[in-house]
Ligand binder design. Structure first.
Ligand code: GLV
Ligand code: MN
Ligand code: MN
Length: 423
């Protein structure tokens, strides 16, 4: 008998089918900073509301729930023995601004559905299971990404405490406001020696599963992204008075930079995105003196990505020379490409096969995932679920209920296979 096993007379486990999983994603979509769109960032009131709802669903699935030292919500389902290692399942609950409802939350809700099945059967595995709803994967509030999963991996960087959001609130102060103690962040880290691995289910965010008529796919690796904040500084001045040939217009320089970035990414087989731009002082009758913009670069290999970034830097320097602008570069995120663990990949393959596809499509993920942060210290594997038109980071994100039903079956079988392989 373990100290964690549910007391006799514990409430009946609520079954969670695909429709219920989708309904829970709909509920999470209502926790937003901006009415009319889904917008849920790390350590915000909406994050707290998403954690609270998720904790309720975890408890209904027979788990104990707690918020960890990084603000992640964690549900635990005890193993067959008190000393059983822990298999982690999860994904993230934060979103980009104007997000869809499945990028992240679907993986957390699927994991809870799998535990609900085990608990309904009263089945205890040779591993304990913990479902993690990570608080920050997207990195939209503080610039650095994957903060929740990096805390769990034990790769937290103390320099992040000074990162500030758009209102100037530091990560350190945001921790306090959320009821967390920054000095305890190390306690969120999991001892890899006690962890059997990490499995994540996530929408594909690309078109290939749908195009090949498949519900599920297997992830071969996750491309590593680098992100930068780039600032071009020229000279502000009167929109009427300063002759065109004498201007040092920072936004015109940034416009050329954006097109160079697009051209170089295409030429070099990478993906590169400028997703944010701010102009100072920002008035219709003032020449922009400063343009600050983001850059996100990814590729199949770190070498290819870094080569693209080098070419982009050269182009930026040329633009700045031609236009008499100053260039400042700050790297806000860097992650190497991550490879999954072959034994866990085999477990996910077995899971997809149990759901009816013996020859699953194997896909490189160019999107980032919590698994890549976890992978610094813990073996992982991932399963993809088809999404309509490959659309993601957009409110039109959609999945088919029948695919979600297949995903629950496959993820359950993958968890059982991983537990068996570990034993
Ligand atoms: C997360 O969605 C990312 O790939 O940036
Ligand atoms: Mn995302
Ligand atoms: Mn995601």
């Amino acid at each position: 008998m373990t100290g964690e096993a549910p007391a006799t007379g514990a409430p009946r486990i609520v079954p969670v089918d695909a429709a219920a999983v989708l309904g829970r994603c709909d509920v999470l979509a209502t926790f937003t900073a901006t009415p009319g769109m889904i917008d849920r960032a790390y350590l915000t009131p909406e994050h707290a509301a998403a954690n609270a709802a998720t904790a309720g669903w975890m408890e209904a699935a027979g788990m104990t729930a707690r918020t960890d030292e990084a603000g992640n919500i964690v549900g635990r389902y005890a193993g067959a023995t008190p000393d059983a290692p822990t298999l982690l399942l999860g994904s993230h609950l934060d979103t980009v601004p104007d997000a869809g409802r499945y990028d992240g939350p679907l993986g957390v809700m699927l994991a809870i559905a799998v535990v609900a099945r085990l608990a309904a059967r009263g089945e205890r595995l040779p591993v304990a299971i913990e479902v993690l709803g990570f608080g920050d994967e997207e990195g939209t509030r503080f610039g650095a990404t994957l903060l929740g999963s990096r805390a769990v991996a034990g790769t937290w960087d103390p320099r992040w405490w000074e990162l500030a959001d758009a209102d100037g609130v530091s990560l350190f102060d945001a921790f306090h406001a959320f009821g967390l103690d920054p000095s305890r962040i190390g306690d969120a880290a999991r001892d890899p020696g006690r962890i059997a691995g990490y499995l994540e289910a996530h929408i594909e965010q690309g078109p290939y599963l749908e195009e090949t008529g498949r519900a599920l796919g297997l992830v071969s690796a996750i491309a590593g992204a680098r992100r930068f904040e780039l600032t071009l500084t020229g000279k502000a001045g009167h929109a009427g008075g300063v002759p065109m040939e004498r201007r040092r217009d920072a936004l015109a320089g940034a416009a050329r930079a954006v097109l160079d970035i697009e051209r170089l990414a295409l030429e070099l087989g990478c993906v590169a995105t400028v997703g944010m731009i701010d102009v100072e002082p920002g008035a219709a009758n003032v020449i922009p003196g400063e343009a600050r913009f983001s850059l996100d670069v990814r590729a199949e290999t770190d070498e290819r990505r870094d080569g693209c970034w080098l070419a982009i830097q050269n182009a930026l320097q040329e633009t700045c020379r031609d236009r008499r602008l100053a260039l400042a570069i700050e790297e806000t995120h860097s992650a190497p490409a991550e490879q999954p663990d072959p034994r866990l990949v085999a477990a996910v393959r077995e899971g997809i096969s149990a759901a009816g596809d013996d020859d699953p499509l194997v896909l490189l993920s160019k999107a980032g995932h919590d698994a890549m942060a976890i992978g610094a210290t813990i073996p992982w594997a991932m399963m993809f679920i088809a999404c309509e038109g490959g659309v993601s980071h957009h409110p039109d994100e959609a999945v088919l209920e029948q695919d979600v039903a297949a995903a629950i079956d496959a993820f359950e079988a993958a968890v059982l296979a991983a537990a068996r392989r570990h034993a």
